[in-house]
Design a protein around this ligand. Structure first.
Ligand code: SF4
Ligand code: SF4
Length: 96
């Protein structure tokens, strides 16, 4: 399975697919076992701009009710999404 955005560059936000780039069982396996911090979306601050979706290197952020959610099975905790969010809507929190 190839990442969607490499094949078709969307012109509008509505062209961006709802789902994440990968599904377990194809060429990837769940990789979050070693993560020690995780990004958490603060819904009250999120405006649904999708910048985090576009910059997540693993394609694990997906659209959810005009905002975004994270597939924690595949998120590696790199924090790039937090860096790209201009609205302070992503906090990195320690894994329990
Ligand atoms: S970059 Fe921030 S404001 Fe934009 S969708 Fe992601 S969490 Fe929401
Ligand atoms: S921490 Fe990294 S892998 Fe996880 S959602 Fe953010 S950008 Fe993607």
């Amino acid at each position: 399975m190839k990442p969607y955005l490499r094949e078709q560059v969307p012109k509008n936000l509505s062209d961006i697919p709802e789902a994440t780039s990968y599904e377990a069982g194809y060429l990837v396996t769940k990789n979050a076992g070693w993560r020690n911090i995780r990004p958490v979306i603060k819904e009250d601050k999120c405006v649904g701009c999708l910048m985090c979706y576009l910059y997540c290197p693993d394609g694990v952020i997906y659209k959810s009710n005009e905002k975004v959610s994270i597939d924690y099975d595949f998120c590696k905790g790199c924090g790039i999404c937090k860096k790209t969010c201009k609205f302070g809507a992503i906090e990195m929190e320690a894994e329990e």
